[in-house]
Design a protein around this ligand. Structure first.
Ligand SMILES: C[S@@+](CC[C@H](N)C(=O)[O-])C[C@H]1O[C@@H](n2cnc3c(N)ncnc32)[C@H](O)[C@@H]1O
Length: 275
């Protein structure tokens, strides 16, 4: 069985040697990220509805390549997008046009000690289970404190996490599964994604191994292997973490369509405010 990195945080320090297994390490990894997720749109109306509530801009932590931030900007909202992986936010930057560039401010910063010099927001959000990249409680609470520090009175924090019960806790690596074959719009090359998962239940951590085979026009295949370790949260654990950071839950949903969170829910969408 593949062991899950016991280190407290995926990005606790920036290494001088890039980790080629890191999902956000470089331009190719970021391009593969977009090939997987840029068409994921189910949660966009959820964040947009929350952004519409207030007058102030929204703050996205761990914004990545800007899937949600761009959507908000295209719909007239101002967003500050925070990420600390240049390969990821460079792709966001590249997608801005004259209009959206007026509405999106990108910042290279660590969300665990974010300080925007007193700037406050009506919406702070962390999309697509990105909070699960925080493995150590100290990092989780530090990130949630960054949230609280930047919430305006009456503002809300929104976040998606996986439902603990919906996760496969098998400890043996699952069979390598073909997930999809897609054309990379940037190169025209066919890319095939294979996926295997394993877990360390005692550490509430899952490890996904992602294998991408890129088929070039001359028939050569270039393989890239990426790994992502995600730290799952129990519902009450997440609530306590929020409380420890000075936040309290106002609403919980089982999906971005606001359906109730219940035994059948795969995800938990939390909305919180300053306590
Ligand atoms: C799952 S991806 C982003 C997903 C994006 N929110 C979306 O909905 O498409 C997670 C992002 O978190 C960023 N990240 C991880 N740790 C971070 C940290 N400590 N500070 C800032 N960004 C971080 C990574 O660079 C990566 O771009």
């Amino acid at each position: 069985m593949k062991s899950v990195d016991p280190s407290p945080s995926v990005k606790s320090a920036k290494s001088v040697v890039p980790n080629v297994l890191d999902e956000y390490a470089d331009a190719e990894a970021a391009a593969l990220y977009d090939l997987q997720y840029s068409d994921w749109i189910d949660d966009l109306p959820f964040y947009e509805a929350l952004a519409r509530r207030g007058e102030l801009a929204s703050l996205e932590l761990m914004a990545g390549t800007g899937r949600v931030a761009l959507h908000l900007a295209r719909n007239g909202h101002h967003v500050v997008a925070i990420d600390n992986a240049p390969a990821m936010f460079t792709r966001l930057e590249a997608q801005l046009d004259h209009e959206t560039a007026q509405r999106v401010r990108i910042m290279d910063a660590d969300v665990r000690n974010l300080d925007l010099a007193g700037e406050k927001f009506d919406l702070v959000y962390v999309a697509l289970c990105s909070m699960e990249l925080m493995h150590a409680p100290a990092d989780q609470i530090a990130t949630l404190r960054s949230v609280g520090k930047h919430l305006a009175p009456g503002g809300v924090f929104a976040c998606e996490i996986r439902s603990l019960t919906a996760i496969d806790w098998s400890q043996e690596p699952s069979a390598l599964r073909h997930e999809w074959t897609r054309t990379d719009p940037a190169t025209g090359e066919r890319v095939t994604k294979l996926h295997s998962a394993t877990s360390a239940p005692a550490r509430q951590t899952t490890l996904d191994t992602l294998i991408f085979d890129r088929l070039a026009a001359d028939g050569a295949v270039r393989r890239r292997v990426l790994e992502v370790a995600l730290r799952a949260y129990g519902r009450y654990e997440f609530e306590l973490l929020l409380n420890a950071a000075g936040l309290r839950i106002t609403n919980m949903y089982g999906a971005p369509d606001l359906s109730p969170y219940d035994d059948a829910s795969d995800t938990l969408f939390v909305v919180a405010e300053l306590a």
